[in-house]
Design a protein around this ligand. Structure first.
Ligand SMILES: NC(=O)c1ccc[n+]([C@@H]2O[C@H](COP(=O)([O-])OP(=O)(O)OC[C@H]3O[C@@H](n4cnc5c(N)ncnc54)[C@H](O)[C@@H]3O)[C@@H](O)[C@H]2O)c1
Length: 256
């Protein structure tokens, strides 16, 4: 198992449909011991029930807008695991109204919130993870993005702008941390019906468009994203950093 003896932090599990949960399952099956966070008491029970199938997990609250909670996550991991080999960042949020109205109507507060939760949080979490990864002689950091960073998808709006910032952050973080043997990558997943996706108006028509147009003529599922994540998190991906890996059935390559 390629992650045997490794420890990982998974941020972004809300329920069994979460992409981060599929990655947690795959990493656990590959032998890793995991810390899994939940965003507030509302999601604690969900995440606690799911985590029951992991081996000796560490469950921690973490709202990524709260620096004190982020610090406390890494303190606990340092104490319990002594170091950290990988971090999976799967947190994103935009207000529902920003994902329905025209982009030009994005409010200042809606923009700030979406960029804070969906992009800045990668920087804050990475900063917390670095000292623990240095103790292990390196590490792998993975975030989740979407093609809406580069192309216009109806109603993706401010989230597309947040993903553009997130992908640029991947490259800057990779440049900062490469000398410490810490790799930073993103997976750009095709659309999947999750809680976050439910906030995007007309999401079903995006799914249908992928079925019609992607080279593989289908959408992807969370287990397929998790398989690609195992490549980037584990030893097979050891020379890959600053990369955005498309796991979308080839949709990104299509034109007319
Ligand atoms: N579902 C898709 O079609 C799709 C496609 C490409 C990329 N992604 C990305 O994958 C990632 C995971 O999303 P998902 O689709 O699995 O949905 P999800 O709703 O299961 O996951 C989103 C997570 O973000 C967390 N989150 C939101 N605000 C937070 C906060 N303030 N603090 C901590 N956590 C917070 C939620 O608790 C949730 O666990 C997101 O970055 C999303 O943009 C999703």
């Amino acid at each position: 198992m390629s992650l045997t003896g490794k420890t990982g932090l998974i941020v972004g599990v809300a329920n069994k449909r979460s992409i981060a949960w599929a990655i947690a399952q795959a990493a656990s099956a590959a032998g890793a011991r995991l810390a899994v966070t939940y965003q507030g008491e509302r999601l604690e029970e969900n995440v606690r029930e799911l985590a029951a199938e992991l081996t000796d997990p560490l469950l921690l609250p973490c709202d990524v807008t709260d620096d004190a909670q982020i610090a406390s996550v890494f303190e606990s991991i340092g104490r319990e695991f002594g170091g950290l080999d990988f971090l999976v960042h799967g947190a994103a949020f935009a207000k529902r109204e920003e994902l329905a109205a025209p982009y030009v109507d994005t409010s200042r507060e809606g923009f700030r919130l979406a960029l804070d939760i969906s992009a800045y949080s990668l920087v804050a979490l990475t900063r917390g993870a670095v000292p623990l990864m240095e103790r292990r002689g390196g590490g792998s950091i993975l975030t989740l993005t979407y093609l809406g960073s580069e192309r216009v998808f109806q109603n993706y709006n401010v989230m597309g702008v947040a993903k553009a910032a997130l992908e640029a952050s991947v490259r800057y973080l990779a440049a900062d941390l490469g000398p410490k043997a810490i790799r930073v990558n993103a997976i750009s997943a095709g659309p999947i019906k999750t809680l976050a996706a439910a906030g995007i108006s007309g999401f079903s028509s995006i799914l249908q468009h992928y079925r019609d147009r992607a080279p593989l003529r289908r959408t992807v599922d969370t287990a397929e994203v998790a398989d690609a994540a195992m490549f980037l998190l584990g030893p097979a991906g050891r020379a890959v950093t600053a990369e955005v890996l498309m796991v979308d059935g080839g949709y990104h390559a299509t034109g007319m």
